[in-house]
Design a protein around this ligand. Structure first.
Ligand SMILES: *Cc1c(COP(=O)(O)O)cnc(C)c1O
Length: 246
């Protein structure tokens, strides 16, 4: 088990390095985030103990279940799933340092209020739906700048950039188009010069498309399957949840 995970991590590192070389980028400018949904703590620990310390969950329930087991090992924890407002206090309780999936004003306002009450701040990325798929969360690209502007008024939220899930397609150019949308949005927002907004992070690219994402400027790639193996739940279980019955 340990050997497999370490081997997979080495392969991913090599892929990141190659993609950086090919696009004239510095390897240090791309962070590897491990998407740990469905992965039990003993497997996650292997990565943490070997220097891969940036991890993320999609569901608050899993964050909670694994928290005690991982607490003693230094790491940074992001949140990349659909966040319901009634789970905000848990996100803070379990030491999430960045919510990458901030996609609506109501959620931003509620996180802000909670942070104010606890006298804390939090990093956030604005999640954008670049693939135009009904099943994925995220603000529409044409509303992303406006949402960013509104969220920037919440002093406790530190906007660090944008996040997206690319189209699932074997056609690289269609996937690339999603990443280009995110990159262009980033540039647009930078030009707007909005106070309290930093736009340095582009979280995009997963096991299957990280090379394309890096070529288009990704600063964080989120990898699960390629490190931990296939999951038993389909991704729709994580990505559609709450959308239809909300
Ligand atoms: C699961 C997940 C990933 C990682 O996907 P893999 O294809 O397993 O690498 C990345 N981002 C989000 C939001 C995810 O839910």
């Amino acid at each position: 088990m340990k050997e497999d995970i370490l081997h997979n991590l080495a392969v991913i590192n090599e892929r990141i390095k190659k993609a950086c070389e090919q696009s004239g980028r510095n390897t240090d400018d791309v962070k590897l985030l491990l998407a740990t949904k469905t992965v039990p703590p003993d497997r996650i620990k292997i990565t943490l103990e070997n220097g891969y310390t940036l991890i993320a969950e999609n569901k608050v329930q899993e964050l909670k279940e694994k928290y005690e087991d991982l607490k003693g090992i230094p790491h940074e924890s992001h949140f990349i799933g659909h966040l319901q407002t009634n789970k905000i206090k848990d996100i803070l309780k379990y030491d999430v340092t960045c919510v990458q999936s901030l996609d609506r004003l109501e959620l931003a306002e509620k996180i802000h209020q909670r942070l104010l009450a606890e006298n804390r701040t939090m990093d956030v990325l604005i999640q954008v739906n670049t693939s135009n798929e009904e099943s994925k969360f995220g603000v529409n690209p044409d509303q992303a700048t406006e949402l960013t502007r509104k969220i920037s008024n919440y002093s406790t939220l530190k906007i660090k950039g944008l996040m997206t899930i690319g189209l699932f397609s074997a056609e690289t150019e269609k996937v690339r188009a999603c990443f280009k949308i995110l990159r262009n949005l980033q540039q647009d927002i930078i030009r707007e010069n909005i106070p309290n907004v930093e736009m340095k992070e582009l979280s995009m690219g997963m096991s299957g498309d990280l090379e394309t994402a890096i070529e288009e400027g990704a600063t964080i790639v989120r990898v699960g399957t390629a490190v931990f193996g296939a999951r038993i739940y389909p991704d729709s279980y994580y990505w559609d949840e709450g959308k239809t019955n909300k």
